[in-house]
Design a protein around this ligand. Sequence first.
Ligand SMILES: [Zn+2]
Length: 147
Amino acid sequence: MTDTNSPEPKTYKKYVPKPEGMNLELHLAAVSTGLLNVQHCLDCDTYRHPPRWYCPNCHSGNYEFVPVSGRGEIYSMAINHFTIDRAWIDELPYVTAVVQLEEGPRIVGDLKGAAPEDVELGDKVQVHVEARGEEFSYLVVELLGRD
Ligand SMILES: [Zn+2]
């Protein structure tokens, strides 16, 4: 029998950012393709991230957002044992990983499916995007293993 006097457990929704400008372009590209996208210089063929108006290599303002492999390795990471956002409490402890992509740029994502003690710098990973609505994509890092 259900106790109708006990309160329902409170649930908290994770905050979904509202990107603008060039960051919105990036997220729309990711949501529409379901793939990790980065900025690509149309004049010198280099990839860059996060988005910026001019190429740091050739100073060109001509760019496009293109899907990339999402393959890379862990360049750096932080193990989070505390959060001020109640929506993340069930995730603790979790790893925020900086991934060195095969294409060159580094991205930051949330590592899922592995305990923090099982993760080392240099581990091979695959980055996926998870749409959160129509204008924001969340980056999830999947641990593949090490050489
Ligand atoms: Zn360039």
